[in-house]
Design a protein around this ligand. Structure first.
Ligand code: GRF
Length: 196
């Protein structure tokens, strides 16, 4: 039986698209639903046009009540009977309760070489620090932000004169290689870290 995957997005969803397109080719998993906290996410429009089921739960009406927001997502996800969740540019921090429920079944992509630069603005911080290399990481999600076991990484060089946007574009190309490769292995039961 193929693993049933839900993909969470907040914006454009280019990582989600890379995952969906790779799962179209002889794969141990299948995309079942795309989920967003943002009703205007371009990733949701793409998913709908691609004929995928979508779930939108706008987080604004819930204010600071993360548990209520997540309860609404959990209720909307129930019919989809998911095995795995992939966070792909999902910009809401999830509670320990939600993360623990999905322990070892929820992956995330982060645009840095974790454990360096957890959180936001990773490209600018790597440049400010004078680093010579940067990259991206796929990891299992744990209650600590951007802290879980690493499942894969790709390194990219930092060139003199790079801007944060230059670096973001160079890293994003590698994200679209790494995330599908890691999901394909993880869904087949292989947890060994993949260094591309
Ligand atoms: C990616 O760089 C991802 O690592 C980060 O947010 C960006 C989102 O890109 N979390 P997209 O929505 O997948 O295009």
């Amino acid at each position: 039986m193929k693993k049933r995957v839900g993909i969470f997005v907040s914006g454009g969803g280019s990582n989600m698209r890379a995952l969906v397109e790779d799962m179209g080719r002889d794969h141990p998993a299948e995309p079942v639903v795309v989920v967003s906290n943002n009703p205007h996410a371009r990733g949701i429009t793409w998913a709908q046009d691609a004929g995928l089921a979508t779930v939108v739960v706008d987080h604004y009406p819930f204010g600071r009540d993360r548990a209520a927001f997540e309860a609404a997502i959990t209720e909307a996800l129930a019919p989809h009977d998911l095995d795995l969740i992939c966070l792909a540019g999902f910009m809401r921090v999830l509670t320990a309760g939600f993360v623990t429920h999905w322990r070892d079944r929820m992956l995330n992509i982060h645009p840095s070489l974790l454990p360096k630069y957890r959180g936001l603005h990773t490209h600018a911080r790597a440049l400010e620090a004078g680093d010579t290399e940067h990259g991206c990481t796929v990891h299992l999600v744990t209650p600590e932000l951007d802290d879980g076991p690493v499942l894969g990484q790709v390194r990219v060089p930092i060139h003199a004169g790079d801007t944060p946007d230059d670096l973001a574009a160079r890293v994003l190309v590698q994200e679209h290689r790494l995330y599908p490769a890691v999901l394909r292995r993880y869904a087949a039961g292989d947890r060994a870290p993949l260094m591309l």
